[in-house]
Design a protein around this ligand. Structure first.
Ligand SMILES: [Zn+2]
Length: 106
């Protein structure tokens, strides 16, 4: 078989082209490798306060609105959400490069 991208000859068991890194059909089907993950970072692209919620939502592929609601509930009912939020604010690095991704409902 040959790479559909660059034409490099590959073994049928190869999941990636050794020449250009293009993912083969078998590689895409097996999904043995997890998709590349973002680092847990505060998203500056679509933040409300400090980008903590959107950063967490992006990291775990959750709906950012649900994350915000969870934080708000934590603040209202326990006061813990506020503490967690500020700890995350302090510890999570900023991500200024990210562009807004509408796929998670921002
Ligand atoms: Zn290739």
């Amino acid at each position: 078989m040959y790479c559909t991208d660059c034409g490099h000859q590959m073994q049928p068991t190869d999941q990636f082209c050794a020449q250009c890194g293009h993912r083969t059909a078998s590689g895409a089907a097996s999904s043995a490798l997890p998709p590349p993950r973002h680092r847990l970072m505060r998203s500056m692209a679509d933040k409300k306060i400090a980008g903590v919620c959107s950063g967490i939502a992006r990291q775990y592929d959750w709906d950012v609105t649900l994350v915000r609601v969870a934080f708000l509930l934590g603040i209202v009912f326990h006061g813990v959400g506020l503490l967690v939020y500020f700890l995350a604010w302090i510890t999570m690095p900023r991500d200024d490069m990210a562009t807004s991704n509408l796929s998670y409902g921002a």
